[in-house]
Design a protein around this ligand. Structure first.
Ligand code: G3P
Ligand code: MG
Length: 248
C-alpha cells in the first residue's frame, strides 16, 4: 500500500492547534485539540535568529506575545522567556513558545498527526529551515502521521531533495489560488496533496483535484455551510480553527 492509502486524514484538522480556544501554535493549543478529540493539527514552523526551530506563524512576536520584534533577531534564551498565552486569555498566562522538539515530543506522546507548514516569511532562508526541521520531524513521527506543506516552492523542492522517495514523506502544495499547471507541479514534486484557500476555490477546480491522485485540503474553514459544500465538492479534509463546530 502506498502513502496515499496509509495516511488516514481525518475530515477536519485543527488549525495552529485548537486556535479558537487556545493561543495558536502552542503546546496548550495542541493539548486542547487532543482533549476535544481531534486527531490531527496544522502547525507553522520557522527558525529563530540563532537557528532554533520553533512553532510560530508571524515574522514577528507582536501579535501573539507580550513583546515585539522580529523572529530573526531573537535567540532562544530571549524567546523562551516570552509570555505567548496571555494575549489570548489570562487563563493561558505563562504559556511559553514551543520549540519544534518540544512539540514533536508532545505529538508523539499523544499519538497525533501533524500537518507541518514550513513557513518561509519574507527574506528568510527556506533551505536552512528544511534542513533543521525535516530530520527531526521524520524521526519523531511515523510517515503515516506527518504531512509537510508550504507555500514556498524552494522549501518543498529542498524537502524532496532531502527525501527523494515520495513514499517516505508526504508533501503538500499550498496555494491561495490553484495555478493552471497544478497537475505538473504536483507530479514534479511527487506531492501527496494540494491545500487551497476555500474562498477562492471553484467547483470545477475542486472536482478536477478530487478526480486526480492528489488529496485535496482546504483552509481555513470555520463555517458549517461552507464545510458541507466543500464535502460535497469532494474535499478530503478541511483545516479549521474550531473543527468541533463543523457538522456534516
Ligand atoms: O496550512 C494552512 C494555513 O495555515 C495556511 O495559511 O497563514 O494560516 O499559515 P496560514
Ligand atoms: Mg499555517
Amino acid at each position: 500500500s502506498d502513502i496515499f492509502s496509509r495516511i488516514a486524514l481525518p475530515a477536519t484538522i485543527a488549525h495552529r492547534g485548537l486556535s479558537a480556544h487556545a493561543p495558536e501554535n502552542t503546546l496548550a493549543a495542541v493539548k486542547a485539540a487532543h482533549a476535544a478529540g481531534h486527531a490531527w493539527v496544522e502547525l507553522d514552523v520557522q527558525l529563530l535568529g540563532d537557528g532554533t526551530p520553533i512553532i510560530w506563524h508571524d515574522a514577528g512576536v507582536r501579535r501573539c506575545s507580550n513583546s515585539r520584534g522580529k523572529l530573526k533577531k531573537l535567540n532562544w534564551e530571549v524567546a523562551s522567556r516570552l509570555d505567548v498565552g496571555r494575549w489570548f486569555d489570562t487563563t493561558f498566562s505563562g504559556e511559553r513558545m514551543a520549540t519544534l522538539e518540544e512539540m514533536l515530543a508532545l505529538l508523539d506522546e499523544l499519538g497525533m498527526g501533524l500537518n507541518l507548514e514550513l513557513k518561509v516569511n519574507r527574506g528568510r532562508d527556506a533551505s536552512a529551515l528544511v534542513e533543521s526541521v525535516l530530520p527531526a520531524a521524520m524521526q519523531s513521527l511515523p510517515r503515516e502521521r506527518l504531512l509537510v506543506s508550504s507555500f514556498d516552492m524552494t522549501a518543498l523542492n529542498a524537502a524532496r531533495r532531502l527525501v527523494p522517495d515520495p513514499q517516505a514523506l508526504a508533501l503538500g502544495l499550498l496555494y491561495e489560488k490553484l495555478p493552471r499547471d497544478w497537475e505538473d507541479r504536483a507530479s514534479r514534486l511527487g506531492a501527496f496533496s494540494l491545500h487551497l484557500d476555500w474562498r477562492r476555490l471553484k467547483l470545477a477546480q475542486a472536482q478536477a483535484v478530487a478526480a486526480s491522485d492528489y488529496r485535496l485540503l482546504c483552509y481555513t474553514v470555520n463555517d458549517t455551510q461552507a464545510y458541507q459544500r466543500l464535502c460535497q465538492w469532494g474535499v478530503d479534509a478541511v483545516i479549521s480553527d474550531d473543527p468541533g463546530r463543523l457538522t456534516r
